[in-house]
Design a protein around this ligand. Sequence first.
Ligand code: SF4
Length: 504
Amino acid sequence: MTETVLDRPEAAAGSRTYEVRTFGCQMNVHDSERISGLLEEAGYAPAEEGTTPDLVVFNTCAVRENADNRLYGHLGQLKPVKEQHGMQIAVGGCLAQKDQNTVLERAPWVDVVFGTHNIGSLPTLLERSRHNAEASIEILEALETFPSTLPTKRESVHSGWVSISVGCNNTCTFCIVPSLRGKERDRRPGEILAEVQALVDDGAVEVTLLGQNVNTYGVEFGDRQAFAKLLRACGQIQGLERVRFTSPHPASFTDDVIDAMAETPNVMPQLHMPLQSGSDAILKAMRRSYRGRKFLGILDKVRERIPHSAVTTDIIVGFPGETEADFEDTMRVVEESRFASAYTFQYSPRPGTPAATMENQIPKAVVQERFERLIALQNRITAEENKKLVGTIQELLVTADAGAKGAETGRLSGRAPDNRLVHFSVPDGVETPRPGDFVTVPITQAGSYHLLSDPASAEEYRLRRSRAGDAWDRWQADSCGVGTTQVTGEKPGAVSLGMPTLRR
Ligand code: SF4
């Protein structure tokens, strides 16, 4: 796991500058957008690249075993910088929620510690700490304000995240989320739809609905079909071209959601659904109430109703007690599932979770060997599934990030409806798209993690300028031609939530 550094280059002279460093899952990335929004509303400006900010905020993750060592390592590196420049340091997110006072015990030069339930207090805590010249710590056990009602500084002009729920009512034995994020809290549909509409009015053409358990949405206000209804309601929003969601829990995946996905044209043919293990015994030990058969049954139904859908997943290898036979069950389910891609994790005990104290922890060498077999299998399936798309025509939403090789190859990048990453070239003599525009192109080659499109002529390339492209132009003009910082680094074609991802 690495971090996302969300630093903004358009700092206003004279104001305090900030930088947010984000660790962990998409929830945290979205929370960091809110932290940026709050800070800018409070008068802070993004630090220019290469300068020392007046404030560094760490938005932490508690999912990985060594997350705390890494955080304290980063804090240690900042200590001399702080002594020299007098900056403020704030630590928030899941690790802060978990460690609370320990953060100040281990790093007394930190100014503010805040939890996952009180992001909105950050500017006040910073002010209080500055005024009193002492550290300020505030951790709440329950949510005060639903995070989405806080000001947000979005990372992308064409796409936005909308939290529909926070917390989780499940008790998966490997997961720290329930104890750190609390019970599920659902926003009211009207509030969610108003936020989606506001994003669309602002130029977004794509929205991803977020929740730790997105498809149990409605449990708090007693409507079991609330998530399907929400998807259908998103289908009514003019100008909203792409709707995605992450992550659903297989145990709660109901047919009304599949129907809503299939019957709502702007809900994209894509599903990220964590498998975690293909072994029923391990799923039981993980306290995940579905079984391998049920998982495969959901995929069958999804593919029957949405034939071109791409499914991605999360898998943990080496959970305590996992036998070779259990692992082979996972390999079998993966083979049958035909995932477009998978986030694979080696199990490591996480303090505070029931699994951490289970007997039969699996030796590292065994976990590593299984992990490599799983990766080899999934890589083969990814390549085979990608190959099937060669020769198809895809409409891509053009993204701002052209990928690592963009400068070298001259290709731009976009996402297909099923969320696969496509690098494409623009034929001579035609207009180049802006981020947020759509292009329709043929897929000419399949790579391991992405697809390539090199249209043979202008006839094979169609550009559709969009409101999001116009918004990009306006954004460029407002920021004096400085491009956006796109959050990237995830494995192409996949989305993630709840488990850590690699980002910078
Ligand atoms: S893994 Fe997901 S479903 Fe399980 S407890 Fe954690 S957040 Fe909830």
